[in-house]
Structure formats: structure tokens, C-alpha cells
Design a protein around this ligand. Structure first.
Ligand SMILES: Cc1cc2nc3c(=O)[nH]c(=O)nc-3n(C[C@H](O)[C@H](O)[C@H](O)COP(=O)(O)OP(=O)(O)OC[C@H]3O[C@@H](n4cnc5c(N)ncnc54)[C@H](O)[C@@H]3O)c2cc1C
Length: 138
């Protein structure tokens, strides 16, 4: 975010961060709001955020930091190996460590983009097609 603006504020989900986090944010030139937001309202000239402390801050843009959980339970139940963050391990053909099971998209990569998922799917589909027996017509 600091690459886009020199006025960035982090709105904490709980009371202001630990001293180490504060120090790192300060070093990066990022403000840390003193308390969590309790209300937000779009207004004509921006978004007004009210903090639990009663302070009101005005922003041009709010960007939600969602985080993510990898939903690879189905693959692991079937025996597929995952890495330490839970992504399914695949080879360059999108094959998991379990024969005939392929995986693609967010569940295998932390680059979460539609084009990446579609690319993985194309690679997997081609590999599956090539793995099938020839079906010559008589
Ligand atoms: C808020 C948001 C904004 C985004 N904006 C963009 C953007 O602008 N551009 C972009 O390229 N990407 C964007 N992405 C990322 C993009 O949506 C994902 O990278 C993409 O959808 C990944 O596709 P996928 O098929 O791997 O996973 P998903 O689209 O998540 O599909 C997985 C499906 O599997 C289902 N599923 C999970 N577990 C099971 C199970 N056990 N049994 C049956 N079904 C199951 C889920 O319900 C889901 O329908 C955004 C993502 C979010 C959350």
C-alpha cells in the first residue's frame, strides 16, 4: 500500500498492536489507529470511520485485509500431501501425490488469481487427456 500512497493507516481488529508491530509500522511510515473501528459510513468526500475511542477518521479508500485458509481437507482425506501452509503439493502436470488426483487453483498456490486457476486447469486437463488410452475409431 505504501507504494501507492504516503498516507496509509492500519485499522486494527483489536486494541492497538504490540510494541514490535507499532515499531515496524512506524518504520514503514504507516499510521496505526488507536482503537478498532466500530462504524463506517460512505460520505460525499470519502469514507468516515468511527473508532471505539470516539475519534473519527476520513479515508479515500478502505482495503479489507481478509487473509485466507486453505480448504484442502478433501485432498488430505484422500491422502494427498500438503505443504506447511496446507496447499496441496502438485507436480508440473498438476498431479497430486495420489495417483489420478489432480489439483488446481488456490488450493495449490498462494498466487490467488483467476488466470492462475484457469492455467492450472488447462495443464491438468491436458495431462488427464494425454493419460487416457487412445480411442481410435474403426
Ligand atoms: C474478495 C476476493 C476478490 C478477488 N478478486 C480477484 C480479482 O479481481 N482477480 C482475480 O484474478 N482473482 C481474484 N480473486 C481470487 C480468485 O477468486 C481465486 O483465485 C479463484 O476463484 C480461484 O479459483 P479456484 O477454482 O481455485 O477456487 P474457488 O473459486 O474458491 O473454488 C473452489 C470451490 O470448491 C468448493 N469446495 C471447497 N471444498 C469443497 C469440498 N470439500 N467439496 C466440494 N466442494 C468444495 C468451494 O465451495 C468453491 O466453490 C479474489 C478473491 C476474493 C476472495
Amino acid at each position: 500500500m505504501r507504494g501507492y500512497s504516503n498516507r496509509v493507516t492500519l485499522l486494527p481488529t483489536d486494541d492497538a498492536g504490540d510494541p514490535d508491530t507499532r515499531e515496524r509500522l512506524t518504520a514503514l511510515g504507516i499510521n496505526l489507529a488507536a482503537s478498532p473501528p466500530v462504524d463506517l459510513r460512505p460520505e460525499q468526500d470519502g469514507i468516515v470511520v468511527e473508532l471505539r475511542s470516539g475519534e473519527r477518521l476520513r479515508f479515500d479508500v478502505l482495503y479489507p485485509v481478509l487473509g485466507c485458509d486453505v480448504r484442502s481437507d478433501l485432498a488430505t482425506t484422500l491422502g494427498a500431501r500438503c505443504n506447511d501452509v496446507g496447499c496441496v503439493v502438485v507436480d508440473d502436470k498438476q498431479r497430486t501425490t495420489v495417483a489420478n488426483i489432480y489439483a488446481a487453483g488456490d488450493v495449490v498456490s498462494d498466487l490467488h488469481q483467476l488466470s492462475v486457476a484457469a492455467g492450472h486447469a488447462a495443464i491438468a486437463a491436458t495431462a488427464i487427456h494425454k493419460s487416457l488410452p487412445n480411442n481410435f475409431r474403426g
